[in-house]
Design a protein around this ligand. Structure first.
Ligand code: HH2
Length: 264
């Protein structure tokens, strides 16, 4: 998949089961696969499968549980020809997901797990390196920056170097400013406003504004009511050269990027 000329849509597929019984798990996985296939029909170029929430304040899940939630779903979607990314910070989960057919590792910790870079390199996978300040449990406690864009760029440049050093090829690296990950409203707005400056890193950019809190802060809307705010953020990101947008509402956001691509 050639990145950069048009904005690609990554659909968010969270697999976080509400039941611990096998029956519940099976129906959760089946529903997730159906949703993933539907997302592709609605215009998703990539389906991002995640088994661990990274919302502000969230705790991690154990590796076994994350594997149970995600691998079957990855396998079935990949078998149907869907381009799958695995949203994980754990090298063990990435390894299994890549073996099951995933092509991209979406790592919000940007190679925080010491094994992650080697796992991705060995599989020839693409990686998304995202900036986060702190950890999900505490990252929204008074985050501070001098120049947020400069700091994010510095961090991403260092992680790109780490990826390259581990043997991940340059054309398989995507960078992400990490909207909402250790950032105030003003930081998020500044990163979107100056997104084009990340182009200096020489890697395609992914942006994930979908339904996030900063949209609620601006519009006063609840999570379910943030589609138009998301659309505006997606349009702003696409206009400033985002190669990929990570979204929940695939059908509508695919329309947004189609129009912006024509304008560009
Ligand atoms: N945001 C979330 C998760 N993964 N990955 C990338 N690359 N960029 C992001 O901005 C990003 C991400 C937010 O995660 P979560 O709170 O679990 O919610 P959801 O997955 O529904 O967006």
């Amino acid at each position: 998949m050639k990145l950069g000329r048009v904005t690609r849509v990554m659909g968010i597929l969270n697999v976080t089961p509400d039941s611990f019984s096998d029956g519940g798990r099976f129906s959760t996985a089946r529903k997730a696969v159906a949703r993933g296939l539907r997302m592709r029909e609605e215009g998703a170029d990539i389906v991002d499968v995640g088994g661990e929430s990274t919302r502000p304040g969230s705790e991690g899940v154990a590796v076994e549980e994350e594997l149970r939630r995600t691998i079957g779903v990855v396998e079935r979607l990949a078998a149907r020809g869907v381009v799958v990314s695995i949203d994980t910070q754990k090298a063990a989960v990435a390894r299994e997901a890549l073996a099951a057919g995933a092509k991209i590792v979406n790592d919000v910790s940007a190679l925080g797990d010491p094994e992650m870079a080697a796992v991705a390199a060995r599989a020839g996978a693409a990686v998304v390196l995202m900036h986060m300040k702190g950890r999900p449990r505490t990252m929204q406690v008074r985050p501070r920056y001098g120049d947020v864009v400069a700091e994010v760029k510095r961090f991403l440049r260092a992680r790109m170097k780490k990826a390259l050093g581990a043997g991940i090829s340059a054309d398989r690296i995507v960078v992400d400013p990490g909207i909402g990950f250790g950032k105030t409203l003003e930081h998020n707005l500044e990163l979107l406003r100056r997104l084009d400056e990340l182009g200096a890193l020489g890697a395609p950019t992914l942006v994930g504004p979908s339904r996030k809190r900063f949209l609620g802060a601006v519009t006063g809307r609840s999570v379910e009511e943030r589609a138009f705010g998301t659309a505006a953020a997606v349009a702003a990101a696409a206009l400033r050269g985002a190669a990929i947008v990570r979204v929940h509402d695939v059908r509508d956001m695919a329309d947004v990027v189609r129009l912006i691509d024509r304008l560009r």
